[in-house]
Design a protein around this ligand. Structure first.
Ligand code: AMP
Length: 399
């Protein structure tokens, strides 16, 4: 699949709107804990600056649900960008309001303006045409470099592309790189191919799990999502995270795996805690012995050993979602151990998703992975063989 290339745009001295994905994880002090997504966008931004462009950047951060909320301001991102670009980055006080429009109007060549959190506008996630039109009116060129959000048909990702013809829009370098990498991975993965899937809920990854099954040889489940499967299997999971409305879907996934001959692994033990807190009393228990009112917050050592064995012969591994509440040291061990297995293996290792990339980076293993994708949901959808809504309008027509 060939995408419209930034290098083919004739944009010297023009205004360019770049949709980035600066949705970075932050620590308990609200500091950026992993700036990979910001660093990954620098190549495209610098290219545009070298073309003497006036650069307008847009991104979301977290889920402010269409309302202005200081907590989700892009101010820390603007500061980090400033350091990385070694130049001033102005931050607009809003997205398409008076301040943003005035700053856009005054923006000169080789200057950089970051709009406030695009999700302060309720229309963004609704792919609102009016919002897309306003955003598009800011620039003569549009570039999408936000791989992590390209699976969403949002105003600044999809809607906006309709206001630019093929000579005025393109995929940025990061988007190109991600799409190319996953294209090759789906075409011809070296087998055995394992997917390690964790994170909080089944709901976010349900479809991805179903669609991944025909493509992989093994699935290893961890994180909060494991408990919906375990409950469906008849275990008492105490107060662990469970999505009761998805029990049937969980059964369907397990049935499908069996039908397709995919080895489907669930944790055999967990670190259980009395409450969701770092200072909680905790103990190691088998999944058959989770006490009532206790919750499983990490995979246990027996599961770590089992998963280590299972990963031994694997040639390609895709990892999406932490094995436990890795943000708390006490429940990070399972994820860290799995990260070491993946890093030490000679398999092609692909890590996807902000949290998983963050945890791998926290323990200094990021350089050991073959590829760290800036998109979790987006990379899963690519592996399902879908064409992402943000990418579709950027496909170059075949001549
Ligand atoms: P997701 O965004 O669905 O990939 O989920 C990532 C989040 O899942 C992280 O913030 C983890 O803290 C959380 N998580 C992982 N394991 C568990 C668990 N056993 N119980 C509750 N939350 C979990």
């Amino acid at each position: 699949m060939e995408l419209l290339n930034v290098k083919n745009l004739n944009m010297v001295g023009k205004k360019v709107f770049i949709r980035c994905d600066f949705n970075v994880p932050t620590d308990e002090f609200a500091n950026i804990s992993d700036d990979r997504r910001i660093r990954s966008a620098i190549a495209t931004i610098n290219y545009c600056l070298d073309q003497e462009c006036a650069v307008i950047l847009a991104s979301h951060l977290g889920r402010p649900d269409g309302k202005v909320n200081e907590k989700y301001s892009l101010a820390p991102v603007a500061r980090r960008l400033q350091q990385l670009l070694k130049r001033d980055v102005a931050l607009a006080g809003d997205v398409v309001g008076k301040d943003a429009m005035e700053k856009v109007g005054a923006l000169k060549e080789r200057e950089v303006l970051l709009l406030e959190n695009i999700r302060y506008e309720a229309g963004e996630t609704e792919n609102d045409e009016e919002l897309s039109r306003k955003l598009a009116s800011m620039a003569e060129f549009y570039i999408n470099d936000a791989f992590g959000v390209s699976h969403r048909a949002h105003s600044s990702v999809e809607g906006i592309t309709h206001f630019f013809d093929n000579e005025h829009k393109a995929a940025g370098f990061l988007l190109q790189k991600e799409i190319q990498f996953f294209g090759k991975l789906i075409e011809n993965p070296v087998r055995p191919f394992a997917a390690i899937v964790g994170g909080s809920k089944v709901s976010g990854k349900l479809e991805a799990l179903i669609n991944l099954l025909p493509k992989v040889d093994k699935v290893l489940i961890g994180g909060g999502m494991a408990f919906t499967f375990l409950k469906q299997m008849g275990y008492n999971v105490g107060a662990s995270l469970v999505e009761d409305d998805l029990l049937e879907d969980a059964q369907h996934i397990m049935d499908q795996a069996r039908k397709l001959g995919v080895k489907f692994y669930l944790p055999v033990d967990v670190v259980a805690a009395e409450k969701f807190a770092e200072d909680s009393v905790s103990k190691l228990v088998s999944v058959q012995e989770i006490p009532d009112n206790w919750m499983g917050l990490d995979i246990g050592p027996a599961t770590v050993r089992l998963y280590g064995e299972v990963l031994n012969d694997v040639q390609t591994v895709l990892w999406n979602g932490p094995m436990g509440v890795y943000e708390m040291d006490k429940f990070a061990r399972g994820s860290n151990k799995i990260a070491h297995f993946v890093a030490d293996s000679y398999a092609t290792s692909v890590v996807g998703g902000g949290d998983t990339a963050d945890l791998v980076q926290r323990i200094g293993l990021d350089e050991e992975m073959t590829f760290i994708s800036t998109g979790g949901g987006a990379s899963l959808e690519l592996l399902e063989g879908k064409i992402l809504p943000g990418v579709m309008p950027l496909i170059a027509e075949k001549v």
